[in-house]
Design a protein. Structure first.
Length: 208
């Protein structure tokens, strides 16, 4: 009777000590491990973002297998994911080095998906502003074209029907002033446009 205990008591004590040394896992740990096992066998569910219910994990034996796996050691799926991640990082570095050799200046470290999404939103916002400016410019262009047509009609009415030789110089000057006025309107040069229009009205009076 070693240690003053009967064999049955000694065995029970050893079992209790072994139980205390065994790792403890929560129900969340077990479910997480069961999901890992499930997705390992059903990669299509992982790709589609389909998560099985707890009952499905229990009926498929994934909960029991998860408990056994946790008792044995670290997650096999996590090791595979870490290994795959390391491979991806190496591939990204190779691409970066290749672009550098070709004379490019790639961004390093590469932007995160969140940063790319934010950049896309910013670019879309800028595009919307530019489209609004283009639309406004088109409307202003249409208004200016209508004004020019109206002024052309007005000038056409202002032309005398019977011209004598001395008035040809006034007509030529009026043509030049009209070209100056039109270009000033298109260039949004208000001062030049008003000055040319004023001189055109003076010539109009002379041609009456």
């Amino acid at each position: 009777m070693p240690n003053g205990l009967f064999p049955e008591e000694q065995k029970k004590k050893e079992e209790e000590e072994e139980e205390k040394k065994a790792p403890r896992f929560t129900s969340g740990d077990i479910v997480e491990k069961a999901l890992e096992l499930y997705f390992e066998e059903h990669p299509e569910a992982w790709d589609r973002g389909l998560t099985p219910e707890l009952e499905e994990l229990q009926e498929g034996g994934y909960i029991k297998r998860a408990q056994q796996e946790l008792m044995r050691g670290p997650s096999k799926l996590k090791e595979q994911l870490l290994k795959a991640l390391e491979g991806y990082q190496q591939e990204v570095e190779k691409i970066y080095n290749l672009l550098t050799q070709l004379g490019e200046k790639p961004e390093w470290p590469p932007p995160t998906p969140e940063e790319l999404i934010q950049r896309e939103k910013s670019l879309r916002s800028r595009i919307s502003l530019l489209e609004a400016k283009i639309e406004k410019t088109e409307r202003e262009k249409t208004v200016l074209e209508e004004r020019i047509k109206a002024l052309e009609r007005e000038l056409e009415k202002a032309k005398p029907k019977d011209l004598v030789q001395p008035k040809t110089e006034l007509i030529e000057e009026a043509r030049k002033l009209w070209a100056t006025y039109r270009n000033a309107v298109l260039a949004n040069d208000t001062a030049t446009a008003e000055s040319a229009l004023k001189k055109l009205k003076e010539i109009r009076l002379k041609l009456k």
